[in-house]
Design a protein. Structure first.
Length: 217
């Protein structure tokens, strides 16, 4: 939970610095606040992050993506937000090395992942088929229910249109993210999976890391 709060606090800061402190005119901030509420981040902590970001003394974060291979040839993409690039790249290289992988060149794994919008909506009172008909014109490509939530997938370019449509329909959106979905996956043995997950966990524990993606089945 604390890791999620740290990640979302950074996202709020970056959103405010990019387009201002008003969620009414800043869609990225609106999304960040929505996602923070989705993991029960306290309201005062959200407001403190917005206030902190508005201060000139608050450090700037740079967003950067690293790519490489984990054990058994598994592709790994790491999204980071950092105020110290030298520290971050050194840590990423160390995690790969200690986790049995290697850091690759930027852009070398782009072809293995597709960026997609993933929205999670509270399923209570909703019919999946009706919702699909309502949202298909806004870019909905796949809609399904999972554990009390309706998952809506869109193309990267339709993320904004879908976000706006869900807001206008007054739906209870739990989270909205741009994720990297592997175009193909690699199946491993249980023992091999544990090795890869050891590397993934190393990255997820790093404060500079916002998200980690891989193509392990």
């Amino acid at each position: 939970m604390s890791k999620a709060f740290t990640r979302l606090g950074k996202e709020i800061v970056m959103a405010v610095k990019e387009s201002g402190p008003s969620p009414d005119t800043n869609s990225r901030l609106r999304t960040a606040i929505q996602n923070a509420k989705g993991v029960n981040m306290p309201k005062d902590r959200i407001e403190a992050a917005i206030k902190r970001a508005s201060s000139k003394e608050e450090k700037d974060y740079e967003e950067i993506v690293y790519e490489g291979y984990g054990p058994h040839g598994i592709a790994v993409v790491i999204e980071c937000a950092t105020d110290n690039l030298n520290r971050t790249v050194a840590n990423v290289r160390m995690h790969f090395s200690k986790g049995g992988g290697s850091l690759g060149k930027t852009g070398s794994l782009d072809f293995m992942f597709e960026r997609r919008g993933i929205f999670k909506v509270d399923a209570e009172g909703l019919d999946v088929e009706e919702l699909e008909l309502d949202l298909i014109d806004f870019g909905a490509q796949d809609i399904y229910e999972h554990e009390g939530e309706i998952i809506i997938e869109t193309a990267f370019t339709d993320f904004g249109a879908m976000q706006k449509a869900l807001e206008e329909k007054g739906l209870n959106v739990i989270s909205a993210d741009l994720q990297r979905i592997p175009t193909t996956t690699t199946e491993l043995t249980e023992e091999q999976e544990e090795e890869v997950m050891g590397l993934i966990e190393r990255f997820e524990e790093d404060d500079d890391v916002q998200a980690v993606y891989h193509n392990m089945k």
